[in-house]
Design a protein around this ligand. Structure first.
Ligand code: ITT
Length: 194
């Protein structure tokens, strides 16, 4: 059952990434949903679709924890690189990093990219997945000192600054993560009587 302490829904967020956790918490705070971070049971599977990765990891974690929970898988998809790093974003960031991505794009005029987040919630008998996307471009050089991961090289559409320069308040209004978690929150708030 979903635990409702003081009217709030409690959900475990299975992740090792504190940045993802804090961003998700901020989005969900206005929806009376309390997240707590569990950094232990995330199964990392390989798949070309991040939806499949988040669903498989969420079902695995639920079978271990037996508590209402969410898992988010996300990635940066770069058009000129045929979608790379996509589902391999975490590994690509740890290995070649932002500088490596910029090197792969050197001399490339097509800088289009998008971030995608896929959040799977397992609670009671439900397994629900919600996606969020934000479109933009890859900058010519890293800029800004806020955020994490590819934030210093991603310029969201309609802005002329990177996510790192814009900071969390702006990012959290438009990001792939905020869109996916808002969809989740809307579904949960309509499902209060489950
Ligand atoms: P968990 O699997 O433990 O949740 P993780 O960081 O490995 O943490 P992912 O497997 O979903 O998470 O990897 C997604 C990677 O994509 C992440 O490590 C970042 O490098 C990048 N990424 C995702 N969302 C991002 C964002 O909002 N800003 C910058 N980079 C992001």
């Amino acid at each position: 059952m979903l635990k409702k302490g003081g009217g709030n829904i409690k959900l475990a967020f299975i992740t090792s990434n504190q940045h993802k956790y804090f961003e998700a918490r901020q989005v969900l705070s206005s929806w009376n949903i309390d997240l707590y971070m569990v950094d232990s049971v995330k199964l990392e599977v390989q798949d070309e679709e991040i939806e499949n990765i988040s669903r498989t990891a969420a079902i695995y974690a639920y079978n271990v924890l037996k508590k209402p929970l969410i898992v988010e898988d996300s990635g940066l998809f770069i058009e000129a690189l045929n979608g790379f790093p996509g589902p391999f974003s975490s590994y690509a960031h740890k290995t070649i990093g932002n500088e490596g991505i910029l090197r792969l794009l050197s001399g490339e005029s097509n800088r289009k990219a998008y971030f995608k987040a896929s959040v799977t919630c397992v609670c009671n008998e439900f397994v629900m997945t919600f996606n969020g996307l934000v479109y933009g471009t890859i900058s010519m050089e890293p800029k800004g000192d806020k955020g994490f991961g590819f934030d210093p090289i991603f310029v969201p559409k309609g802005f002329d600054k990177t996510f790192s320069e814009l900071g969390e308040d702006v990012k959290n209004k438009i990001s792939h993560r905020s869109k996916a978690f808002t969809e989740l929150a809307m579904w949960l708030s309509q499902s209060r009587n489950l």
